[in-house]
Write a protein that binds this ligand. Sequence first.
Ligand code: AKG
Ligand code: MN
Length: 192
Amino acid sequence: MKANLLPRDGEVYLLENAFSSSELALFQENLAWRQDEITLWGKTHPVPRLQAWYADPGLSYTYSNITLEPASFTPQLLHIRSKLNDLCGVDFNSVLCNLYRSGADKNGWHRDNESELGVNPTIASISFGQVRKFSLRHRKTKEKIDLLLPSCSLLLMRGSTQHHWEHQLAATKKQIGVRLNLTFRQRIVGDK
Ligand SMILES: O=C(O)CCC(=O)C(=O)O
Ligand SMILES: [Mn+2]
């Protein structure tokens, strides 16, 4: 993999053309997309994107008060997972899929730091379709890194990244197309 994109406190790598467009265009229509809601400060809002959650049997996932019951991996997702496991040397057992329908869809500043992911999780994030800006921000120094995530790319976050850096996918006013994102994670088995 190429050079670490973070100056300190973690590791982020971007591998362009890790996948082929035929691999990912395939299943966009087949995933079990859901429009979830999120409650913040007592107000309920629709999550500004569609989500789908796939995992090995028995793994549920709670994220900002939403509990997602996983579907079983589809054959296409299994294919991608096995390529990814070889590439990263990690046995990913779950994937959170995000569908950004337009520039209004987004994912606000957060860390992937749920306890079920363990202390220093490796997150493998695959992009298909519309190129979008992904940003990382250091919690103490406020250093900001903007990356463009091209279609078929793999963004890998690992080491202590989730302790020190937040990330987001900002909205844009531009008229743009759909983006499909798959974030593969390794859930600690037995932790509900
Ligand atoms: O869409 C992306 O690139 C980011 C997704 C993300 O951060 C997440 O699902 O936790
Ligand atoms: Mn995230």
